[in-house]
Design a protein around this ligand. Structure first.
Ligand SMILES: Cc1cc2nc3c(=O)[nH]c(=O)nc-3n(C[C@H](O)[C@H](O)[C@H](O)COP(=O)(O)O)c2cc1C
Length: 170
């Protein structure tokens, strides 16, 4: 298959794959960084590992590498504006967003109002993968902040759950 056709197919299929929406944050040289990330996955329970795929051209990339870790903020269904804000190139993304310091030095701030949960992670592996790197992080801290349903991304938009009351409370 020609390369252009493969990337068309890739984009078409990925647009139709539903994803959870996170904001990955890191603090490096005293500055906070953060970007919207849908390429998140749970990897292992024992030890507890997750992964995020980060664009090498993003300004958060070097910060996550340099900090030695990151925080994954799982956005709540009403946090669409926060998702778009962290997907932008705004200079100080944290000036207008409620955030708290992590328990662990290598992690980034957690988003007190936009997230329903967060994980603080330490980088344990960084895998070179095309125009992104895969950051595998060991989860050391985190919390379920509230029982809001998650924000999802599908077909270039943020569809809402038809039955938000079905969100798991455990
Ligand atoms: C719904 C959505 C999902 C995204 N997922 C990713 C992702 O998984 N990885 C990534 O590197 N960028 C992703 N982006 C793009 C970044 O959020 C965007 O490039 C951001 O401006 C980078 O910010 P920075 O350069 O300040 O770090 C996504 C954007 C949106 C809107």
């Amino acid at each position: 298959m020609p390369e252009a056709e493969t990337s068309d197919l890739f984009l078409t299929v990925m647009r139709n794959v539903a994803a959870t929406v996170t904001v990955v944050t890191a603090t490096h040289d005293g500055k906070h960084y953060g970007l919207t990330v849908s390429a998140f996955s749970s990897v292992s329970l024992d030890p507890p590992l997750v992964l995020v795929c980060i664009d090498k051209r993003s300004s958060s990339f070097a910060a996550i590498k340099g900090a030695g870790g990151f925080t994954v903020n799982f956005l709540a269904a009403d946090a669409e504006d926060t998702a778009m804000h962290f997907a932008s190139k705004t200079e100080d993304k944290f000036a207008s967003v409620a955030h708290r310091s992590p328990s662990m030095q290598v992690a980034g701030p957690w988003l007190a109002e936009a997230a329903f949960a967060y994980f603080e992670c330490e980088n344990v592996d960084i895998i070179d993968a095309g125009d992104h790197d895969v950051f595998v992080g060991r989860v050391h801290h985190g919390a379920r902040i509230n029982l809001e349903p998650p924000l999802m991304y599908w077909n270039g938009a943020f569809p809402k759950f038809a039955r938000p009351d079905q969100v798991v409370s455990g």
